[in-house]
Unconditional design. Structure first.
Length: 294
């Protein structure tokens, strides 16, 4: 039997459906998550019988909730903020990608009960780039922010071999901390503050900050976009984000928010769990049509 952590009285109800394969997303907050809808659409499309629920996990109770979910026969989990680091620590069989970035957003259990971890954020981002014709290889790329969102996609961006990669953040030391992920890479990587971007030109700018949730953007200089540049915001919503509006004003050619990334990274999780890859475009179209806000 798996060891059980003490279960506080405030631990969320994790009663699972014995007639279905059970999956969930753990987060705090989590009520806004559209992962249950996305995986419901994936399951319907692929003929899979499963139940997927959103679970609000109180701070400090992630491991206890994970213990209970596994003990009750749960099959797999998505992990969202603020638990991706704790999920990394709680898994014992991690992919090289997850090991490198110190983050896990997908958990499953092998035949021996070992907790396996992967991060699908970077894969989801690259698949959305491919879907929209946004190139990384050989391009001058600017990553905005140095939090978990950027750390989770950095290994996959480096693997695409941009000609240069700049990580800009208000606190330069946090951006510099991410440079360890570029060890062994032939990519020229630089960490800097936003003021150091003056005079530079980039062909792809990826916003990994959460400023768009407050209707703000990082303090970017005019002229940062090269001719034909693309801009991608990992934040998304019902209306164009503040970063996407800025990109349009600056003359970017290809502009996107992160809704496609959300669906694509979920499809990667679904493939790991179920062994079948769902079609993402119909789900993205459905969410756009429904004006879904996450």
């Amino acid at each position: 039997m798996l060891p059980q952590s003490p279960l506080p009285a405030t631990l969320p109800d994790l009663t699972l459906d014995p007639a279905a394969d059970n999956y969930a997303v753990f987060g705090h907050p989590v009520a806004q998550s559209k992962s249950p809808l996305i995986h419901q659409l994936f399951a319907r499309q692929t003929g899979q019988h499963l139940r997927y629920q959103a679970v609000l996990v109180p701070s400090g109770q992630f491991v206890a909730a994970l213990d209970r979910f596994q003990a009750q026969g749960g099959k797999g989990l998505n992990i969202t903020l603020p638990f991706k680091g704790e999920a990394w620590a709680a898994t014992t069989n991690r992919s090289a990608r997850a090991e490198r970035c110190g983050s896990v957003n997908t958990i499953w259990f092998d035949a021996n009960g070992r907790r396996c971890g992967e991060t699908t954020d970077g894969l989801g981002l690259l698949r959305d780039f491919e879907r929209q014709g946004m190139e990384v290889s050989g391009r001058r790329v600017l990553l905005l922010g140095a939090g978990g969102a950027v750390g989770g996609v950095l290994p996959d961006i480096l693997a695409q071999a941009p000609s240069r990669l700049v990580i800009a953040n208000r606190t330069v030391s946090r951006a510099a901390d991410l440079l360890r992920q570029s060890a062994g890479s032939s990519v020229c990587v630089q960490a800097c503050g936003y003021e150091a971007l003056a005079g530079q030109e980039c062909e792809l700018v990826i916003n990994g900050t959460s400023l768009g949730l407050q209707g703000e953007i990082p303090p970017l200089p005019d002229g940062i976009l090269a001719a034909g540049a693309g801009c991608y915001d990992m934040v998304y919503g019902e209306a164009p984000t503040s970063f996407c509006r800025w990109a349009q004003d600056q003359g970017a050619v290809n502009i996107s928010d992160g809704l496609g990334m959300l669906v694509e990274q979920a499809a990667e999780s679904f493939l790991i769990w179920r062994g079948v890859r769902p079609e993402t475009q119909p789900v993205i179209d459905r969410l756009r049509l429904s004006a879904v806000v996450v």
